[in-house]
Design a protein around this ligand. Sequence first.
Ligand code: ATP
Ligand code: MG
Length: 393
Amino acid sequence: MKELFLLKYGEVALKGLNRSTFESRLMSALRHRLRTVGDFRISSAQSTVYVEPVDEYQDNERAFEICSRLFGIASLSRAVMCEKDPEAIANLAVEYALPILQSYPSFKVEAKRSDKRFPMTSPELCAYVGGRLLSADPHLRVNVREPGITLYVEVRDFGAYIHAGRFEGAGGLPPGCGGRAALLLSGGIDSPVAGYMMAKRGLSLTCVHFASPPYTSEQAEEKVCELAAILADYADIDMLVVPFTEQQLAIRDLCPEDMATLIFRRMMMRTAERLVQSRGCKALITGESLGQVASQTLDGLCVSDSVCRMPVFRPLIGMDKTEITAIARKIGTFETSILPYEDCCTVFTPKHPRTRPDEEYARESEANLPVEELVEKAVREAYHVRLSRKYLV
Ligand code: ATP
Ligand code: MG
């Protein structure tokens, strides 16, 4: 009795003419992700994707986790399959579902036939399978109004499928169908959540991390790579690290202290934009939330936006830390984010940052800074990090 997964499309099913593009994105993203776990037969029909392990030596738990993190899927279930024959269906229901039903106070069977040539109607099939389960264990109780558990029988094109419930899928749109954007990824709680939220709308992510060795450690960089690897379950990920020590020291030495954070942010935005525009990115993404810290006031955000042309997506702008943390826990980044390694922002944070800056003061503050030269140097020295298996948790 081999278990397989049934995945149901979400918004993809509504996409009209673009539907085939969305579907093929979804299928290739699924193939790519499952390749790291084992050999699976993957096919799709009638708004459902079928994922079937080819042999028994796969990590099915990990495979199911990958499927449940795939954007574009509304719901999924673990199922077993047999030929479209009432006798075979009832036998399989007893073998597979009896142990599951026995731990609930009551059950009901719900049947659906998309193959109308099947010899029983749906109510007949429900009654037949329910009857066979009851004769296998007379202690079972049926409750059609409020069942403890529902057993689903679906008679479809290629066979009959039995499963005991649906799990909620990740929702959203399939990976990559919305283009590519650059995620400014620090080691904190917020930016991985921001990346997750934009990936949910179909964006591929090029993560850009600014590191300031030796002020920031190697472990801090590893932690960011690990966060990117967790995000790889949700999005097509690429990762770049930008050495930024010289730029930070120049800001510290040549700019007023109260503007250091904001100028650092402007330099990050300029550098990220320059770095990723030749890599197909059309927007920047940050984990900023209005009022969270001094540089994230409305005036602060205006001053950092004004240096780049690309749109800046800030999906967390209206959320508070509790809401952001809840998502970080759900998507599996929280535990890594709270590891205690210094981020380059925290090393150079001024004691009294300006909360109501304006563009004119920002420009004045940068007057002695060789902006172009520093941005070009950072772009030149940026390097690509291969997210190896070590990080792919
Ligand atoms: P996070 O927002 O990830 O929890 P944080 O709150 O410490 O970290 P801030 O210093 O407030 O982040 O920065 C706001 C945003 O700027 C981050 O969400 C991230 O998008 C970006 N950012 C900050 N530091 C870095 C960095 N070292 N490399 C890349 N992006 C960064
Ligand atoms: Mg933050």
